[in-house]
Design a binder for this molecule. Structure first.
Ligand code: SD4
Length: 334
């Protein structure tokens, strides 16, 4: 058995050896893994699967349909999220997104390939398709993260168009916000927010992407978790992948997506791994009552999971030609 197969089997049968996780996690990993392995034996692995945060049906269906045609996971997710980046009515990604408190729309994105490569752009203005730009950084530069003006100038050299991202509607909403300048990120924004998307293609390869304008009315220069490897997104093609949405500061402090993938490596199901990553945040104190964080994850067997702090989070899933919006379980039941 080669190393890759061994790790795959280990993750799925729960024989994982816990390294670098807390004793509690290891214990849970061992108990959960039995359940995960039971599930794994009863479910057949899907031919392909695309999942995404929130009610992002158009983007996730676009990705799923490409996967169904045999496209690689990386191509499918970049083209999938591009649908919503170009949708002016979506106020959380691409054109029409909510600006910072000074009226600048600045976008963050990152991508990870099945090879474990990573590319990201942070605080980019005037470019709609920042997920595709993050892929360009990954594939066509010697770097992994490019920021602000440098990323924007690089985009033009790669043929990206300059476009004004602040639309009349997003400008109007910002001017309205300025009247009070009350900064209180909403817990769920109309079930539409940062798009994190994970896909497994017909060859079983996993890739992930995250694209966002970050928190609405953030301070100028603020960067969230979404473009940061291990926080907003992590893919390990031997184990699985995870992506986050919500209050990026809290995801960054717990390196959430990496945590979810490592928990899966040690035997947890995607569902239990998402739950444990949320517990790492809420156990720090009562502040979680004021913000939302959610994770979605998939493992190499095509099993998926999602979990949030609060009610209201959903995950899109496209599998075997069928699209579903799955309501996520959550921590705060009080
Ligand atoms: C951020 N995590 O910039 C992003 C925002 C988000 O749902 O996902 N909102 O912190």
């Amino acid at each position: 058995m080669n190393r890759r197969k061994f790790i795959q089997n280990t993750a799925l049968t729960g024989a994982g050896i816990a390294t670098g996780v807390s004793a509690i996690s290891c214990k849970e990993a061992n108990t959960t893994s039995t359940k995960a392995s039971n599930t794994a034996t009863t479910l057949s692995k899907p031919n392909y699967i695309s999942i995404s945060t929130w009610d992002t049906e158009s983007a996730n269906t676009a990705s799923g349909e490409l996967l169904a045609k045999g496209k690689p996971a990386l191509d499918a997710i970049i083209d999938g999220v591009a649908v919503e980046e170009a949708n002016e009515e979506n106020t959380t990604v691409g054109i029409g997104a909510t600006p910072d408190r000074e009226g600048n729309v600045t976008l963050d994105a990152c991508v990870m390939s099945p090879d474990g490569d990573y590319g990201a752009v942070v605080a980019v203005e005037n470019i709609v398709h920042v997920a595709a730009l993050a892929r360009k950084v990954m594939e066509d530069t010697p770097h992994v993260i490019m920021a602000s003006k440098g990323a924007e100038e690089f985009a033009y050299t790669q043929g990206f168009k300059k476009q004004k991202l602040l639309t009349p509607a997003s400008e109007k909403a910002w001017k309205e916000w300025l009247k009070t300048s009350n900064y209180q990120p909403a817990i769920n924004v109309e079930n539409h927010d940062t798009i994190g998307m994970l896909a497994m293609d017909t060859s079983g390869e996993i890739a992930g992407v995250c694209t966002t304008s970050g928190l609405g009315y953030k301070m100028k220069g603020r960067v969230g978790d979404s473009p940061i490897i291990g926080s907003g997104l992590f893919v390990d093609n031997e184990v699985g992948a995870a992506v986050a949405t919500g209050m990026g500061e809290e995801v960054l402090k717990t390196v959430g997506s990496f945590l979810v993938v490592e928990l899966m490596r040690n035997g947890m199901s995607p569902q239990k791994a998402c739950e444990e990553a949320i517990h790492r945040i809420v156990k720090k104190g009562d502040r979680y009552k004021d913000f939302q964080v959610a994770y979605i994850a998939m493992n190499k067997n095509g099993e998926t999971g999602s979990y949030a702090i609060h009610d209201g989070f959903t995950m899109m899933k496209y599998q075997d030609g069928k699209s579903e919006n799955i309501k996520s379980d959550y921590f705060n039941k009080s």
